[in-house]
Design a protein around this ligand. Structure first.
Ligand SMILES: Cc1cn([C@H]2C[C@H](O)[C@@H](COP(=O)(O)OP(=O)(O)O)O2)c(=O)[nH]c1=O
Length: 232
């Protein structure tokens, strides 16, 4: 059977376990003989990242880098949720949506069989107040141009545990951020929320969904072919 090209995305609050799950999925796929490519959203798809990081640092006096339990940092970027900042985001995320579309198409033309996105446009949207009607309308509009991954994973996490692993943002922001991911998943549908749990349990869930999506894709191809045969 020819492997079908698939792409999945991993989203969730910092410290939810994205890197851990991506590494595990990658290892498993490679053991099946698949060529896997990982694309980091912030480094490869988000637009104007240099300016965006600089603004978080200069305007909001935030610290840079990833915190560790021994050396927490106090970042001020996505946790700034003022209305002026939201307006800037509305513009930037529209550019990110276009960039996502272009980069997904490019990735699907590469020689990889399976593409894993480390974060996706969902992680940008989750920085906004998903309860606002205006924001919801905006997000739905942008999703019309953003390709939907075969599986869009949202790794759920207990905010306290996640913050203990990666102390970069205040705990209240992580609560709001987690809620926004779940609201987004509800609103968009077709998002796979992996409940917080032990790493091994989450790995099993991640694999199960990837496998299921692969099977569904194969069935779709099969009926596609049957359709063509009937027409020809
Ligand atoms: C999810 C999780 C992570 N970790 C560790 C692994 C990493 O060193 C660190 C952060 O996890 P990581 O996978 O890097 O999270 P993310 O990519 O979503 O920010 O915490 C645990 O010890 N237990 C867990 O349940």
């Amino acid at each position: 059977m020819m492997p079908r090209k698939m792409f999945v995305s991993f989203s969730g609050v910092d410290g939810a376990g994205k890197s851990t799950q991506i590494a595990a999925l990658r290892k498993w796929l490679e053991a099946q003989g698949l060529r896997v490519s990982t694309i980091t959203f912030w480094d490869n798809i988000a637009t104007l990242t240099g300016i965006r990081e600089g603004a978080g640092h200069k305007i909001f006096k935030g610290e840079k880098g990833v915190g560790s339990p021994e050396a927490p940092v106090n970042r001020r970027d996505k946790n700034v949720q003022s209305w002026p900042m939201t307006c800037v985001r509305l513009g930037l995320y529209a550019l990110d949506a276009v960039s996502t579309r272009i980069n997904v198409k490019k990735a699907l033309k590469s020689d990889a069989d399976f593409i894993i996105f480390d974060r996706y446009i969902y992680d940008q949207f989750a920085n906004m107040k998903m309860r606002s009607g205006l924001i919801r309308t905006y997000v739905k509009a942008l999703m019309k141009i953003v390709p939907r991954p075969d599986v869009s994973y949202v790794l759920d996490a207990d905010p306290q545990a996640a913050r203990a692993r990666k102390p970069e943002y205040p705990l209240d922001f992580i609560y709001i951020n987690r809620r926004a991911y779940l609201d987004l998943a509800d609103m968009l549908g077709g998002v796979t929320v992996i409940p917080a749990g032990p790493i091994e349990q989450m790995k099993a869930e991640v694999l199960r969904h990837a496998f299921r999506a692969h099977e569904l894709g194969r069935d779709a191809r099969r009926s596609d072919r049957t359709g063509h045969a009937a027409a020809g």
